[in-house]
Write a protein that binds this ligand. Structure first.
Ligand code: KG4
Ligand code: ZN
Length: 356
């Protein structure tokens, strides 16, 4: 591989089509030239959640126009693409196949190598696209819709899982609680918006595994506790949960968010203590949560720990993180892009399978 090259990244694992182009120059941090995103949220809203078949069909419609948009935005053409990267997993099989198929077709027609990227590695390395990139080693708190993990990250591909959820992910706890409060999909942003006007101490909700002696999480019980509390309040007022007064729903939302955030913050601090590291990286959709950021900044500030986040618009799924993860893998020499276009996808793909 030459010293200077461009990597096109395609993300299509769930309900967002993302495309981006990054440039690699020697050992400098890869630079994002342009990225474009199309969110399917509005389409899925009518169904209260992601409909996989509709997601796949929409990725097909969006991916090539987005690619053109990205190339135009930075004055490049397809000929300037040296490597084509795509999300190989984990995610929805049909949705992943769209990105993989398009990436491999582009690679084959341009005679360029292709590389399948792990979606979570994309999230994990996305803070390197920010104006304040971290340095290795660090503790990572990965909080997406499907995953909640604490990791020690010593370099690209050098990840050690310190703890993870034994049932629901933090994003799932946001989404499921939001749904039962009648806030629709996607639940995380809706619940956190409502929580802004609520009292986080209004209801006493469980903090699962807060005092366990390991770094694992459990959020399934919290959702049940929210449901029991909401139903009790609704029964007292002889109304449906969604018809509860706005202030009550806001208090429930704020109390739910406070419970999730407290557990995430306490466990992150415990991971920093256990590893002796003084740098924390937060990645994944829940990393966009304002209260989580405020509480982490406060707790880490008091302990001399630096916290790094992806740019707010790169917290949720996007193509930039996929292009970036591919670029950093290539740059670190732990992987080469291949000229085989017989692609496969991995809807389930444990992160430890890609460790260097
Ligand atoms: O990383 P992501 O975009 O997709 C996955 O790879 O899963 O994360 C999506 C998750 C959803 O559960 C969504 O509700 C949550 O991130 N999320 C938030 C916020 N924005 C997105 N949760 C809490 N507060 C937010 N502001
Ligand atoms: Zn994601």
């Amino acid at each position: 591989m030459a010293n200077d090259y461009c990597v096109l990244g395609i993300e299509s694992s769930c309900d967002e089509t993302g495309v981006a182009l990054v440039r690699v120059s020697g050992q400098r941090l890869p630079e994002l030239l342009a990225h474009a995103l199309y969110s399917q949220i509005e389409m899925h809203q009518a169904y209260g959640g992601v409909v996989p078949e509709l997601a796949s069909r929409d990725h097909i419609r969006r991916v090539l126009p987005l690619t053109q948009e990205v190339l135009q935005a930075c004055g490049k053409t397809l000929q300037d693409v040296d490597v084509v990267a795509f999300t190989r997993g984990p995610g929805l099989a049909g949705a992943l196949l769209v990105g993989a198929g398009v990436a491999c077709a582009l690679g084959a027609s341009l005679a360029r190598p292709v590389l399948g990227v792990h979606h979570l590695e994309g999230h994990l390395l996305s803070p390197f696209l920010s104006a304040d990139p971290p340095e290795f080693p660090f503790v990572a708190l990965l909080v997406s819709g499907g995953h909640t993990q604490l990791m020690q990250v010593d370099g690209v591909g050098r990840y050690q899982i310190l703890g993870e959820t034994i049932d629901d992910a933090a994003g799932e706890a946001f989404d499921k609680s939001a749904k039962l409060l009648g806030l629709g999909y996607p639940g995380g942003p809706a619940l956190s918006k409502l929580a802004e006007v609520g009292n986080p101490a209004a209801f006493k909700l469980p903090r699962p595994l807060l005092h366990s002696d390991n770094l694992d999480f459990s959020f399934a019980g919290l959702k049940t506790a929210v449901m029991v509390q909401a139903k009790k309040l609704a029964a007292a007022q002889s109304c449906a949960v969604e018809a509860l007064p706005h202030t009550v729903l806001a208090d429930l939302a704020a109390s739910t968010q406070a419970a999730i955030v407290e557990v995430l913050v306490k466990k992150s601090l415990a991971a920093l203590m256990a590893t002796g590291l003084n740098r924390l990286v937060v990645a994944g959709g829940v990393g966009a949560n304002r209260r989580l950021r405020d509480q982490l900044n406060l707790a880490c500030g008091q302990r001399g720990v630096r916290v790094h986040y992806p740019e707010l618009h790169l917290c949720t799924d996007n193509g930039a993180m996929i292009a970036m993860a591919a670029a950093m893998r290539l740059q670190s020499g732990i992987q080469e892009a291949g000229m085989s276009y017989a692609f496969d996808v991995k809807p389930r793909w444990p992160l430890d399978e890609i460790m260097a």
